[in-house]
Every structure is written in structure tokens, then in C-alpha cells.
Design a protein. Structure first.
Length: 235
């Protein structure tokens, strides 16, 4: 998972999640303690203000009401803030923003949809069913939810889910700050992998452009909803 904002936000998320930060590959990665989550990689990016709404955010799980309160308090201490995105008073999840105004949710205890997923329960995306089906095929992860234009996928080994909420989808106003990175093994052929993804619904968008990474070897593609993702091989 790539997050194009830099090391300051890596420190925030490392503190909130309690995950270890490691430098490398042109940025700082925050690594989960097990296989239940994605590594989060923070790379240098522009400091331009955000315009429009983010198309993706994290949903963090809670083991108990006390655990939810501790997560919220820890995020606020590290520079996060409460934010109103139209949530209803009776809803039990807490909506926060990181120091760069990127929203995330701290979900209440007992949420069955996210049971067993780990601390980062979901990457929740505004997106179409077409995008969900594309990523299911691209990652070879099964659809674990497919109803009323809403979709979700999850690794066969469990862990964090990726979800798409269906229409309406906010307009895209620039490169996404949060995007997926697909790591290609050193012996694999990046062009062959791109050739596999294009018939599934991906679009070629150039090499290394538009992600704020500045790595000419990184291949940039778009998913069916026009969201950036990259194919890359670690050096």
C-alpha cells in the first residue's frame, strides 16, 4: 500500500497502529507484526492541499469499547483530529483525520464484518462493483461480499479486507494519496504482469508518472475506476 505524503505521516501511523517503521525503497514502510495486514509505505510527495474527497480510507477495528477509546485517544495525541463526514449521532464508529486531513474510522467493538481481520480491518474505497471484481481477479482474492453494487475481497489467508461501496462515487480531482502497490518478484516480467492486468480492466498510464515517487522503473496503471496503482520490483 502506497501513501504519497512522506515520513511525518509514517510516524503518525506507526504510533497509531503500534507497527514498526523501516526505511527503504524510497520511503518509510510501516510493517504489521503478522500477515493479517498490508505493509504501508510512505513516500515523498508534494505538499499541495487536498482538493475533493479521498476515495479510500482505513477502518481500524476495536476489541472492546475501552480499546476503541484508547485508539482514538492515541490518534489525537499524535496529531489526529475529529472530523464530520456526515455520520449520524447514533453511529458508534468514530471518524478521525490524520495530520494531513486524511479520514479514517475507528470501528466499534463487535463489528462482525471485520471480525478476525486484524487491527486494520479494511481499506474502504468509494468504487464500483467493476473495480471490486477487477481487484478480485488481479490479486486472486475471492469476493467475500457482493450485494447491491457493494463488493469486498479478502486474501484466502484472511486479514485486511478491501471494500467498494458502490455508487455514487465522488469525482476524481487529482492523483490519489492512497494507492495499491503490487510487488513483482525479482525474477518476474513486469510487462507480462501488465499484459495480464489490462484485459481484466486495467489501463496503462505510463512509467513512474503521477505517483509522486519519482522512480522511473515503477510502472503506473489505472484500475477500472481510474485509480492509480503501481507494479514494482524491489531493488
Amino acid at each position: 500500500m502506497g501513501c504519497a505524503r512522506g515520513t511525518r505521516f509514517a510516524r503518525f501511523w506507526s504510533g497509531v497502529l503500534g507497527w514498526e517503521p523501516v526505511e527503504g525503497h524510497g520511503g518509510v514502510a510501516v510493517l504489521p507484526p503478522d500477515d493479517a495486514g498490508f505493509p504501508l509505505r510512505f513516500v515523498p510527495g508534494g505538499q499541495e492541499p487536498r482538493t475533493g474527497r479521498n476515495r479510500a480510507h482505513f477502518d481500524l477495528t476495536s476489541a472492546s469499547p475501552e480499546d476503541q477509546r484508547r485508539t482514538v485517544a492515541r490518534a489525537l495525541e499524535l496529531g489526529g483530529s475529529h472530523v464530520d463526514v456526515g455520520q449520524l449521532p447514533e453511529e458508534e464508529h468514530v471518524v478521525l483525520a490524520d495530520p494531513d486531513d486524511n479520514e479514517f474510522c475507528v470501528i466499534e467493538a463487535g463489528n462482525m464484518f471485520l471480525a478476525g481481520t486484524g487491527l486494520v480491518g479494511a481499506l474502504s474505497c468509494d468504487g464500483t462493483r467493476e473495480a471490486g471484481c477487477f481487484w478480485s481477479e488481479a490479486l486472486k482474492w475471492p469476493l467475500v461480499w457482493d450485494q447491491d453494487e457493494e463488493t469486498a475481497i479478502q486474501s484466502p489467508d484472511g486479514g485486511t479486507k478491501i471494500t467498494w461501496g458502490g455508487p455514487p462515487i465522488p469525482p476524481k480531482t487529482g492523483p490519489n494519496r492512497l494507492f495499491l502497490e503490487l510487488e513483482i518478484p525479482a525474477h518476474a516480467d513486469g510487462e507480462a504482469e501488465a499484459g495480464r492486468l489490462v484485459p481484466l480492466g486495467a489501463t496503462r498510464a505510463g512509467t513512474g508518472a503521477g505517483t509522486g515517487i519519482g522512480d522511473a522503473e515503477r510502472m503506473l496503471l489505472l484500475d477500472p475506476d481510474g485509480n492509480e496503482f503501481t507494479l514494482w520490483t524491489p531493488r
